[in-house]
Design a protein. Structure first.
Length: 316
């Protein structure tokens, strides 16, 4: 029997894999269980024996193989060769052996994916929107976290469920109920998350909040590093906005732009108009152009920051 646990939530996939592992070991003992976390660390002989070999005392056997199938972006020759080798083993798997592949965001063009699709049992674990995350958190921690706290940590962790649960579990060690204030006092957004939050405020035209967040970020981050990161994230949003105005399907937009774990950006909506967004992006690029062509009058970090803030204030 072959199973694939997959799709866009790393946390949900790992959670289900762990549940299967624990249930199997309880029923069939751990010496009939093999977990291959990195396929590059095992040779083909071990892989063949693990998948095709008999279990102890004719019991069931469970083999879990992480991160297979991989995405087409993977250039690791060993991984690709091992996937090709797996293709030669699939039809020989004994009935009593259970092979569980798990992979987040596998590429459906992958050869192994296409072959497995004909014979597997597929279980998808999808988070389609922020509402799905809110519902999951409420189910996991019923009556223990208020709505504002949930919305805040989703913003802080850019809808990454794995990071969200990790932070909440740590807070619940000392808290019986979590409020928005708890999130703000005890959880520090990482640079990427901070920029996502700033970008949300910016594109919703909350300029005062944007400038406050900018102050916080620049206390620990070089202004040029922040600028480049902001520009990269804004560029993605410009492409998303353009494709949405063309009525493209959200799933297709995510695939075309290779958003992967940033799929949720497609479903976001902002107060800023498409025209104003593109204009703002072009003005930011002009700052970079001035700097690179020596046309900027000032060269200090403070002056560069002034140029950034001026462009942001023009959105008011």
């Amino acid at each position: 029997m072959i199973y694939l646990f997959t799709w866009n939530s790393d946390y949900l996939v790992k959670k289900q894999v762990k549940a299967w592992k624990n249930l199997f070991v309880e029923k069939h003992w751990d010496f009939n269980f093999i977990h291959i976390k990195d396929i590059t660390e095992v040779d083909k002989n071990f892989l063949s024996e693990a998948i095709l070999g008999s279990s102890f005392m004719n019991a069931k056997k469970l083999v879990i193989i992480d991160n297979i199938p991989t995405t087409s972006k993977n250039k690791n020759t060993d991984i690709n060769q091992k996937q090709d080798f797996l293709l030669t083993l699939i039809e020989k798997i004994p009935e009593e052996n259970i092979i569980l592949f798990n992979s987040v965001w596998p590429d459906k063009r992958n050869k192994l994916y296409k072959q497995l699709k004909k014979i597997w049992t597929l279980k998808e674990f999808n988070i389609q929107s922020e509402n799905d995350i809110v519902n999951f958190i409420n189910q996991k921690y019923p009556w223990k976290i208020d709505d504002l706290a949930i919305n805040t940590i989703i913003r802080y962790k850019s809808s990454n469920l794995d990071k969200i649960i990790n932070e909440l579990d740590k807070l619940f060690i000392t808290k019986e109920k979590i409020t928005k204030q708890d999130i703000e006092n005890h959880i520090t957004p990482e640079l990427e998350e901070n920029i996502f939050i700033l970008l949300d405020d910016l594109l919703n035209l909350n300029i005062n909040e944007t400038l406050k967040r900018l102050n916080t970020i620049l206390e620990n981050t070089n202004v040029y590093a922040f600028y480049n990161n902001l520009l990269a994230n804004l560029r993605t949003q410009v492409f998303i906005t353009k494709l949405k105005t063309l009525k493209n399907n959200p799933n297709q937009i995510s695939t075309d732009l290779k958003l992967w774990n940033r799929w949720f950006l497609v479903n976001k909506s902002y107060k800023i108009s498409p025209k104003k967004l593109i204009s703002f992006y072009e003005k930011l690029i002009q700052i970079d152009k001035k700097m690179k062509t020596w046309k900027m009058l000032w060269t200090k970090d403070e002056d560069f920051r002034f140029e950034l803030e001026k462009v942001m204030l023009e959105l008011k």
